[in-house]
Design a protein around this ligand. Sequence first.
Ligand SMILES: [Zn+2]
Length: 366
Amino acid sequence: MTKASDATTPPLGGTDDLLQVFQLGSGPARDAVRGRIVRLGPALDQAIGGHGYPAPIAGLLGEALTLAVLLGGMLKYEGVFTLQLKGSGAVRLLVADMTSAGAVRGYAQFDGALLDAAMAASDAAAGDPDGTRPSGKRVAALMRESVPRLLGQGYLAFTVDQGVHAQRYQGIVDLRGPTLTECVHHYFAQSEQMRARLKIAVGAVQGPGGVSGWRAGGIMIQRMPDADPNAAARGSTAAVAVGPSEDDAAWTHARALMESATDAELLDPGLASDRLLWRLFHAEEVHAHPPQPVRAQCRCSRERVRLVLLSLSPDSRDELAEDGILAVTCEFCGARYPFSTAELAAQPDAPPDAPPDPPPDARGAP
Ligand SMILES: [Zn+2]
């Protein structure tokens, strides 16, 4: 494998919690396909584990966080990429986000009784109505049909928020297909702007010492429109907005190579991203950029919660308070921020440029 000329930074130690950009191809096809590979270990375990969710919910959140890291490549400037799911089934709401600096967080709201029913239906469909298979197998079977079984009707939305640098961008697609990753494929299939495919594995894996932790691995490849050979044939030198045709050999080949990645390879803590990229794409030339770290970190603060509470009317604050205390718990990290209504009433109103965050009970604390 050769390194890109800008790959002068030495690789970070270890194989976990890293995101790496790569390019495929050589000669005229150089940079025809770009990709991102992510390997998540302790960061994912921390982002999921703190919630104490049942395994199917934790697995779904893990898939959403991995998608957020891969799709976060849409951030060109400092900002936040947010993936939000709304469903009609056991999972009503799921949010995963990542900052351009690599901080991830997420949470899910779900109905325990509907989750039990979904698991029972999945067991019955697998010919195991009593649920006697090992728990890992039962969860994996449910995850392979997580959209119809856990989410039902609804949508997947993502937001690219880059503050003052660029207009806020939103994409939305109906929940369709068996998994979240398939929903994202559906989105790209509808889009005329970008051709992309993803492969993701999420699982609770036993590490050295027998301790089990959540891990995930994912790859996203993207056809670069301005490298479209058909555009060159037409004599166009400008970047074309539409994707290449289906008979694009470089793209078809890259897709086939990516699809050959197994879940075991994507989740293997002993297999570094560099080695996995070489194993998958050595038939092409791979140019890997230096890895970037990913970590679990929330962005809530007492000050941001205070500004949201001050934006409510005194009457609304009194309605939400219990015994004169208004406590907000961050849905992402569980941090609790108690305020006395007297303390809030004594403070000046929120400044006019206070952040337009949703009310705390709609999305957790900001
Ligand atoms: Zn928080």
